[in-house]
Design a protein around this ligand. Structure first.
Ligand code: AMP
Ligand code: FE
Ligand code: FE
Ligand code: ZN
Length: 282
C-alpha cells in the first residue's frame, strides 16, 4: 500500500485542479492520497469524484496555518474532520480573509521596487482559492523578476524579507482543539522545517499534545535528519502517530507524489480516531 498524506491543489497553492491531483496520484502508483489544501476544503467534492474514477482512495484533509505567541509559523494537518464544524470553519474563514488583505499589502510593498500589480497576482489564483505567497511568486516569475517559486522564496518572499507581511492565524493548540472538536485527526506538518523560518520549542509541542495532537509528519523532505531523530523520540514518548508525505504542489514545488509514504497501520489508526468524515474508497 502506497499512502501519501499531504498534497495541494489549486484550491490553495498547488498548480493542478483537485481532480487532476487524483489523476496524478493514480499515475504515481499511489493507493491512497490525502488532499490537504491550505485553510480550505473546497476541493473535497471534485477530488472525491475523480478519486473514484481513477481508482485511488482519497483522505479528505486540510492544512491549517497557525502561529505561536512568539510569531513562529506552524502548519497543522487535519484529516477527516467535519468541514461544516462552525468553530473550525470560523477560524479558517478568518485566516482566508486575512490572507487577502495581507497579499494586497505585500504587493503594494513589492510594487515600489518591482514591476508587479495586483491584477498580475490575481491572474494566478483560481476563483475562491486560498491566496498565498506562492501566487505572488508566480506573478514575479511571469514578470521575469525570479526564475521560479523556489527562487522567490529564498529571496524576496522569505519571512525575513522586508516585503513580508503576516496574516491572522490561530494558535496551534487552539487549532488542534478545533480539529478534534470537528471530529478530525490533527497531525503537526513538517515540524522541524528550519529552512522555512523559526521552528517551535518544547513548550509549543507540549501545548499541542495537551490539546490532543495525534501525530507528527516526520518523513517530509523539509525535516532535516537531526530534527527527525528528535521527533521520533518525541513520538515514542507521547505515543504519537508518525506520518510521511510529499507535500505535492504540482509544478509549484519539486516535491513528487509518493516521495515519502505513511504506513497502512497509521492510516488505520487515523480512520479509527476520526468521526467527522470518511475515506473515499473506489
Ligand atoms: P503563505 O502561507 O502565504 O505564507 O506561503 C507559504 C506557502 O508557500 C507554504 O505553504 C508553501 O507551500 C509555499 N512554499 C514555501 N516555500 C516554497 C518554495 N521554496 N517553493 C514553492 N512554494 C513554497
Ligand atoms: Fe503550500
Ligand atoms: Fe505546510
Ligand atoms: Zn502543505
Amino acid at each position: 500500500m502506497r499512502i501519501d498524506l499531504h498534497a495541494h491543489s489549486n484550491v490553495s497553492d498547488g498548480t493542478e485542479t483537485p481532480a487532476d491531483v487524483m489523476a496524478s496520484a493514480a499515475k504515481a502508483g499511489l493507493d491512497v492520497v490525502a488532499l490537504t489544501d491550505h485553510d480550505s476544503t473546497d476541493g473535497w467534492k471534485d477530488a472525491s469524484r475523480s478519486a473514484l474514477d481513477h481508482g485511488v482512495a482519497l483522505v479528505p484533509g486540510m492544512e491549517v496555518s497557525c502561529r505561536t505567541e512568539q510569531g513562529i509559523s506552524v502548519h497543522l494537518l487535519s484529516y477527516l474532520h467535519d468541514p461544516a464544524h462552525p468553530g473550525l470553519l470560523a477560524e479558517i474563514t478568518k485566516a482566508k480573509d486575512a490572507r487577502l488583505t495581507r497579499a494586497e499589502r505585500m504587493v503594494s510593498l513589492l510594487a515600489e521596487d518591482y514591476p508587479l500589480t495586483w491584477d498580475d497576482v490575481i491572474h494566478h489564483v483560481a476563483p475562491g482559492a486560498t491566496l498565498g505567497r506562492p501566487h505572488i511568486a508566480d506573478a514575479l516569475v511571469a514578470a521575469g523578476v525570479v526564475s521560479d517559486r523556489s527562487e522567490a522564496f529564498t529571496s524576496i518572499l522569505t519571512s525575513r524579507s522586508r516585503y513580508f507581511v503576516q496574516h491572522y492565524a490561530p494558535h496551534p493548540a487552539t487549532a488542534v482543539e478545533l480539529v478534534r472538536a470537528a471530529g478530525g485527526v490533527p497531525v503537526f506538518a513538517h515540524p522541524v522545517a528550519s529552512a522555512r523560518g523559526r521552528t517551535v520549542g518544547e513548550r509549543t509541542y507540549q501545548e499541542m499534545i495537551d490539546a490532543g495532537l495525534a501525530g507528527l509528519e516526520i518523513d517530509h523532505r523539509d525535516n532535516p535528519e537531526e530534527g527527525r531523530v528528535f521527533l521520533r523520540k518525541l513520538a515514542a514518548k507521547h505515543h504519537l502517530l508518525v506520518t510521511g508525505s510529499s507535500d505535492y504542489h504540482g509544478t509549484g514545488k519539486p516535491n513528487l507524489l509518493g516521495e515519502n509514504l505513511t504506513a497502512p497501520e497509521v492510516l488505520a489508526r487515523i480512520e479509527e480516531m476520526a468521526t467527522g468524515a470518511a475515506v473515499v474508497r473506489p
